[in-house]
Design a protein around this ligand. Structure first.
Ligand code: NDP
Length: 439
């Protein structure tokens, strides 16, 4: 047990991973001999920097910038950047740590990293966002590169932000290269990257359902969040004949018994960049509940009866009580689009109930996988067709599911994809570290 309030999320993530590695350490002594535990929990490099920019009133603003390059044993550092007021070093560290195992599990050659800032893009003009991104890149550019470290988006960082970051990188270095992923299609982006995390999470759910001789067609699904991951989770669920009935943001949630109107949701969130209250105003069947009115101790989304749940907003958004509510209402599958959305007691309950539970580092790995496909397209100066990338994504998600499930079986807990994902992700990185010597 570790404790440090500033790094609570990092310790939570590290404890979960180390706990599930125990059977591996008992079987294979080499990891302890090479002191891999102490080496793997320590980032290779942490970069903390000041980001100064001028707002539209001409006032100077100061934010904190972070890039944590956690592990490069299996490939160049890779992981998104998060712009959100809640960002601090401990959050970036937990995300970077998770990224190591997620990236390893994809089977692709990518190391683990994460970055971000406590800057809040909400309510800022495009010019303010541009000036912030340029200032952020003024420091970051010297630490990244197409074969060094390739950042991408995350909460608060979408195509607009990636564009401003990329423009400044190019200006500073003169290199037109795949240094960022999530780029727009006209200048090096990959088809399917926008959809990849949400689609991937649904593909992963399909595999879990299939293993239980079930399917997604006709299933009522609850989704949290209303950003990139949530929107494309809803889209894929609808394409497969399921019925997503919720979405949410940090202020409240929508319950739409007719099923979410995806066109309206995209218009409100992607085009107008407005709140979900606007969705409720324009959709008769939708009920909006603000956070203050959620049942006590709950995230309201998880109290809506469903067959399958897709947490797609943020860390620790689904607690033990929420897990109880989901299980009581007959939920048989939880696929995590977000990173570490379920608290440890919620995870314990899902595992004990033996439902299909796909931890984020497996279920949401479609995003980073498609980022790697974007890097491959950039390196070969090609652009692949939508169907081609989607097929590759489906293949990668199938591979991730298979690896996690087979490893879980190998260690005697066939339903435990947490154990399977952690051991499989760890083993490849740890073996690579041993083979590369003490550096
Ligand atoms: P977006 O910024 O596009 O959307 C985030 C959504 O989550 C918004 O609806 C936001 O609401 C909500 N949210 C954020 N913080 C909170 C909070 N503290 N409480 C309640 N709701 C919150 O981000 P993404 O969709 O890209 O990311 C969502 C999750 O998926 C994150 O955990 C991210 O790390 C993970 N992820 C994303 C990947 C990607 O490719 N984008 C890849 C793998 C994982 P509001 O607008 O009110 O803040």
């Amino acid at each position: 047990k570790f404790s440090s309030p500033a790094q609570a999320e990092f310790y939570q993530a590290a404890e979960e991973v180390l706990h599930s590695l125990r059977p591996l350490f008992e079987r294979e002594k080499k990891y302890l001999k090479h002191n891999i535990i102490e080496r793997i929990v320590e980032p290779e490099r942490q970069i903390f920097f000041r980001v100064c920019w001028v707002d539209d009133k001409g006032e100077v603003q100061v934010n904190k910038g972070y890039r944590i390059q956690f592990n490069s044993a299996v490939g160049p550092y890779k992981g998104g950047c998060r712009f959100h007021p809640s960002v601090r070093a401990g959050i970036i560290k937990f995300l970077g740590f998770e990224q190591i195992f997620k990236n390893s599990l994809t089977g692709l050659a990518i190391g683990g990293a994460k970055g971000g800032s406590n800057f809040d893009p909400k309510g800022k003009s495009d010019n303010e966002v541009m000036r912030f991104c340029q200032s952020f890149m003024n420091e970051l550019y010297r630490h990244i590169g197409a074969t060094i470290d390739v950042p991408a988006g995350d909460i608060g960082v979408g195509g607009r932000e990636i564009g401003y970051l990329y423009g400044q990188y190019k200006k500073l270095t003169g290199h037109y290269e795949g240094v960022l992923t999530g780029k727009r299609l006209n200048w090096g982006g990959s088809l399917v990257r926008t959809e990849a995390t949400g689609y991937g999470s649904v593909y992963f759910a399909e595999h879990m359902m299939k293993a239980a001789h079930n399917g997604l067609e006709g299933k009522v699904c609850t989704v949290s969040g209303s950003g990139n991951v949530a929107i494309y989770t809803i889209e894929k669920l609808q394409q497969l004949g399921a019925k997503p009935v919720t979405c949410s943001d940090s202020k409240g949630m929508i319950y739409d018994k007719e099923g979410i109107d995806l066109e309206l949701l995209k218009n409100v969130k992607e085009v107008r960049r407005e709140r979900l209250t606007e969705y409720a105003k324009e959709r008769k069947s939708a009920v909006y509940t603000p956070v203050e009115k959620y049942p006590e101790g709950h995230n309201g989304v998880w109290t809506v009866p469903c067959d399958c749940a897709f947490p797609s907003a943020t860390q620790n958004e689904l607690n033990g009580k929420d897990a109880d509510a989901l299980l009581k209402n007959g939920c048989v599958c939880v696929s995590e689009g977000a990173n570490m959305p379920s608290t440890p007691d919620a995870v314990e309950k899902f595992l004990a109930a033996k439902i299909g539970y796909g931890p984020g580092k497996a279920a949401n790995a479609g995003g980073v996988s498609t980022s790697q496909l974007e890097m491959a397209q950039n390196a070969s100066m090609q652009q692949w067709r939508f169907e081609e990338v989607d097929l590759k994504l489906q293949g990668i998600m199938r591979g991730i599911y298979k690896t996690a499930a087979e490893t879980a079986k190998e260690f005697g807990e066939p339903h435990n994809l947490v154990l399977g994902a952690n051991i499989a992700g760890f083993r490849k990185v740890a073996d690579s570290m041993i083979e590369q010597g003490v550096v």
